[in-house]
Design a protein around this ligand. Sequence first.
Ligand SMILES: Nc1ncnc2c1ncn2[C@@H]1O[C@H](COP(=O)(O)OP(=O)(O)OP(=O)(O)O)[C@@H](O)[C@H]1O
Ligand SMILES: [Mg+2]
Length: 505
Amino acid sequence: MNPEKKSKKELIDLVNHLQAQLSQSGRRPAQGTSEEDLYKIMAQSSQVGFYIMQNKRFQFVNQHFLDYAGYSESEMLQMDTLNIILSEDRRKTSKNAVMMLKEQRFSPYEFRIVTRDGRIKWIMETVMSITFKGKRAILGNSMDVTERKEAGRRLEELEALESSILDAIPQAVVGLHERRINFANHAVKVIFGWHREELIGKSITMIYRNEKEADRIGDIFYSTLERQRTYETEFPCLRKDGQQILCRMKASRIGEKLREKRIVVTYENITAEKKAQDDLERSRQELRNLSVHLQSVREEERTRVARKIHDELGQSLTALQMDLSWLASRLPAGNKSIREKTQSMSGLVDATIENVHKIMTELRPSLLDDLGLPSAIEWQAADFQKRSGIRCQTRIDCGNGVIDKELATAIFRIFQETLTNIVRHAKAVHCKVSLTANEKEICLEVTDNGIGITQWQIDDPRSFGMIGMRERAHLWGGTVHVRNARPSGTTVRVLIPLDKGERQA
Ligand SMILES: Nc1ncnc2c1ncn2[C@@H]1O[C@H](COP(=O)(O)OP(=O)(O)OP(=O)(O)O)[C@@H](O)[C@H]1O
Ligand SMILES: [Mg+2]
C-alpha cells in the first residue's frame, strides 16, 4: 500500500476507535471522573496528536501533538490555533475542518504546520464536534505524515524516473507474466511497429515468427531464469509489417526468484549490424582465401623454378665441368697458358654450380621435401648463423610423427621471416630456436636478445611480415604470439594444433 494511503487508514481506524470510546463513556460515565479528565485520559492513551479547541484556543493538547509542533504545553495553550498552520494552508484547512464538522467530508485532510524551530511539517487531521465544559468544542486527531509524504513523493518521483528511463532507452522493453505482455515501453513501436497499447494484454507470440518459435524461446527463458538472474541470446522476431528481424534479447526475472513467470525482456534489432558483420567476415575470409591461394601459387612456382634450374642449368653445368676435365686431361704437355685457362674455367664453373645451388636452396630448400621440417629448420639456423654472424642455438624435439608437407612449408616460411626480422631489426647477438611437436600440437619458438618490440609494431596494419605469419598460422587453426623476451629481445611463438579437424577452410 502507498505510504499515504496507509496513514489515512490508520488515522481513520484510530478515530473510529476513539468515537466508540466516546460514545461508550457518554453512556456510562465513570464515577468521579469529570468530562475533562476523561478527555485527558483518552489523549494520553492516544497514538496520535490529540487536541481540544474552543474559540480559536487550544484547551488542551497531548504529548504527541506537542512533539510535532515543538512547543511547550503552556505556549500552545496561549496561541491562536490558526497561527500554527502555514499561512498558505490556513484558508483551505479551515474550510476542510468546517466541512468535516458539518459531516460533508469524511476523509482526513492534510496541511502544513510551522514548528517552533521554523520547520515545515505535513499533518493529516480529522476533527469532530464535541461538548466540552458544557460548550461546543472541536476535538482534533492529527498525525505527522511528513516522512510518509516524503517517501510517497520519492516513490512517485522514482516511478516517473523509471518510466522516463524506460522510454529513453532505444531497446524495446517488454514485461511478461505467463507469456502475456503486461508492460511495454514506447520503443516497441520502433522495433516491432506495434503501438504499446496494441501489445499490452496480448500474448508475446505476436512478436515472433510463429507459435513454435515463441514457445521455444519462452521455454529457454523460463528454464534458464530459474537458475540465473539474466539470460542473453539472439533470436529471429517478426514486425507488424511482416518483416523478419534478428533481435539481441536480454531477459531478466523480476525479483530474487522466478515467481509466477514474471520476466522483463529487452529487444534490440541487430539485423543490419549482423549483416555488416557477416559481410565483413565474408570479405575477410575471401582475402584470406586469396592470400592462401597466392602463397601456394608462389610456393609451387618456386618449386618449379628450382627444379628447372636443377634439371637444365645444373645438369648442363655438370656436363660442362666434365667436358673441361676431359679437355684438361687431353691438353698437350707444356702448353701452360691453355692449361691455366682451363683450370680457371673449371673454377668458374664450380663457383657457378655452387651459386646455382644456393639460388635453388633459397627458392625452396630441397631438405624440406627430402628430410622434413626438423632438418630444414636446423639447416636454416646454421646457414643463418654463418651468414649473419648471429649465434643460433637450436633445440628440436619432434618425435617420429610425420608433419604434413604444406604445414611444414608454412612453419618453415614463418621461421625464415622471424630470422629475416632478427637480422633487419633486432640488433641481437644470439638467438634460440626451439621446435617441439607431440600428437596434439607443433610449436616453434624463436627468441633473440635484441632491442625488443613494441605492441604498436606488432599490431601495426602495415606490418605485413607479422600479418603474413599470423595468416599462415591461422590457416592451420594456429596462432602467432609476439612478445618481449626477458631480460631483453623478442620472442615469436607459433602454435599449431595437429588435430586435423581444426584446419580452417
Ligand atoms: N625480432 C625483432 N626485434 C625487434 N623488432 C622487430 C623484430 N621483429 C619485428 N620487429 C619490428 O616489427 C615491425 C614489423 O615487422 P614485419 O616483419 O611485419 O615488417 P618488416 O620486417 O618491417 O617488413 P616486411 O613486411 O618486409 O617483413 C618491424 O618493422 C620492426 O620494427
Ligand atoms: Mg619482416
